[in-house]
Design a protein around this ligand. Structure first.
Ligand SMILES: NC(=O)C1=CN([C@@H]2O[C@H](COP(=O)(O)OP(=O)(O)OC[C@H]3O[C@@H](n4cnc5c(N)ncnc54)[C@H](O)[C@@H]3O)[C@@H](O)[C@H]2O)C=CC1
Ligand SMILES: O=C(O)[C@@H]1CCC=N1
Length: 264
């Protein structure tokens, strides 16, 4: 089964990296399209896959077709390729807001449709992806999609109505976590740590904390309380974060991201 990607930027490259590393298909069984020759050259050099500047060639060669362009370009790309889509294709959208129904309606023909929401940690095999399928996708095909998504991290099927919430908490949140790491590192530099160490120290602390949530199964509040000694330094920081509205800022940011996603 050949896999195609229309657009080969950050997200497509991350997903292809996982697919190749886990041997889901061989390099020759992946075709990607780019807008420019320079983009194609980059994809060939970085990933070793077949490249084209013709989106329609991706559809004629691949059975699973990922739409890996920005949401604003979905309609234009679907208009360009829709007459080539057949019942053998599985069309995979990875953009926020582009529902299964929107994808089907825009294609204007009965097509197997999947919605996935990956995230950038897929680049290092630590992605968290969720997905849903329309009812034309068979159980076997859904398992193939699962196998592909698990090649770059964890994966779960969820009801489509939860995709916008998922997009905020997993698709978008890496940006917020990177901001948190950057801010922690700036504070560490202000306290005298060299910048090079500040980033890796902060990142390791975030990774270790996330690992504790995942591996201990304990409530994050309980894990937080374990760090806070009475009259200690951590609880002083907790007091300041509460005063500055950290929880509310995070709540608002994710709500804003989810709501914006619905409008795309
Ligand atoms: N970056 C992220 O963290 C995540 C992105 N997504 C979704 O993934 C999709 C791709 O995002 P990125 O990879 O970040 O964007 P990107 O900008 O890195 O890659 C998009 C690529 O598509 C190419 N492109 C644009 N128009 C095209 C056309 N008409 N035909 C062929 N190629 C075309 C661009 O040249 C570019 O290389 C978006 O829909 C985004 O919402 C989903 C989850 C996370
Ligand atoms: O904001 C974006 O473009 C995408 C959607 C999910 C994460 N990043």
């Amino acid at each position: 089964m050949k896999i195609g990607f229309i657009g080969c930027g950050n997200m497509a490259s991350a997903m292809i990296g996982g697919i190749l590393k886990k041997g889901i298909v061989k390099k020759e069984e992946i075709i990607v399209s780019n807008l420019t020759e320079a983009g194609s050259r980059r994809s060939r050099e970085k990933l070793g896959v077949e490249t084209t500047m013709d989106n329609r060639q991706v559809v004629t060669q691949a059975e699973i077709v990922f739409l890996a362009v920005k949401p604003q370009f979905y309609e234009e790309v679907l208009t360009e390729i829709k007459d080539l889509l057949t019942e053998k294709h599985i069309l995979v959208g990875i953009a926020p807001g582009k529902t299964l129904k929107w994808l089907e309606d825009t294609c204007g023909c009965p097509v197997k449709t999947v919605r996935l929401m990956p995230n950038t940690p897929a680049q290092v095999g630590a992605g968290m992806t969720a997905g849903c399928c329309n009812d034309r996708v068979t159980e076997e095909e859904a398992q193939k999609i699962r196998e592909i998504a698990e090649s770059f991290g964890r994966f779960e099927f969820i009801p489509e109505r939860l995709m916008d919430a998922f997009s905020a908490v997993c698709g978008c949140s890496p940006a917020y976590v990177f901001m948190f790491i950057e801010a922690m590192a700036d504070a560490a530099v202000a306290q005298g740590l060299p910048r090079s160490q500040a980033y890796s120290f902060a990142a390791q602390a975030v990774m270790g904390s996330a690992k504790m949530v995942l591996e201990t199964g304990r409530h994050p509040a309980e894990l937080k309380d374990m760090v806070c000694s009475p009259a200690g330094s951590t609880i002083e920081g907790v007091r300041i974060l509460e005063d500055k509205g950290m929880r509310s800022a995070v709540f608002e940011a994710l709500t804003g991201a989810a709501e914006k996603g619905k409008r795309l």
